[in-house]
Write a protein that binds this ligand. Structure first.
Ligand code: CU
Length: 161
């Protein structure tokens, strides 16, 4: 029988227990809470957008904002080097805006500082994010996925009145 120091034995036990705990947590979140990585197109209704979506498919043939209900707006937006279409929208205070976005070329980002909006815009996929603008003011959104030489100028504006 190999002699293992008591101190070392303690730490082997602690490490093993910790690993088992992590595996248990992983198993619980995966199978108990059904949390998993999203698949492609997870954010859109398959009937609405058939994969793969391109910027030449509806609704992206007509970018822009439309009102879909009281205080509810939908922005159909395309991203391409080095800008967004539309790149400026104006909404009333308290508006809930759903951004439905795709890319015409490479992967872009969509981040609105001061909000929880932080998304990737991937060619061939639809990104959908919703945010309620309770605070009036000007919000700048920008690309935070490096996309080429003009990446740093890729931005737009949301005016909340
Ligand atoms: Cu970009």
């Amino acid at each position: 029988m190999v002699h293992v120091d008591r101190y070392e034995k303690t730490w082997i036990t602690v490490s093993a227990a910790f690993l088992l705990l992590l595996v248990a947590v992983l198993a619980y979140t995966t199978f108990g809470m059904k949390i998993s990585l999203p698949g492609p197109l997870f954010v859109c209704a398959p009937a609405e957008y058939s994969a793969p979506v391109t910027a030449n498919d509806p609704p992206f043939t007509a970018p822009g904002m439309r009102q879909v209900g009281p205080d509810q707006y939908e922005v159909i937006m395309t991203a391409q080097v080095f800008g967004y279409n539309p790149n400026e929208i104006t909404v009333p205070r308290g508006a809930t805006v759903t951004f439905v976005m795709t890319s015409k070329d490479v992967i872009h980002g969509f981040r609105i500082p001061g909000t929880t909006v932080n998304a990737m815009i991937v060619p061939g996929e639809v990104t959908r994010v919703t945010y309620t603008f309770d605070e009036p003011g000007e919000y700048t959104f920008f690309c935070h996925e490096y996309c080429g030489a003009g990446h740093q100028v890729m931005s737009g504006r949301i005016v909340v009145q």
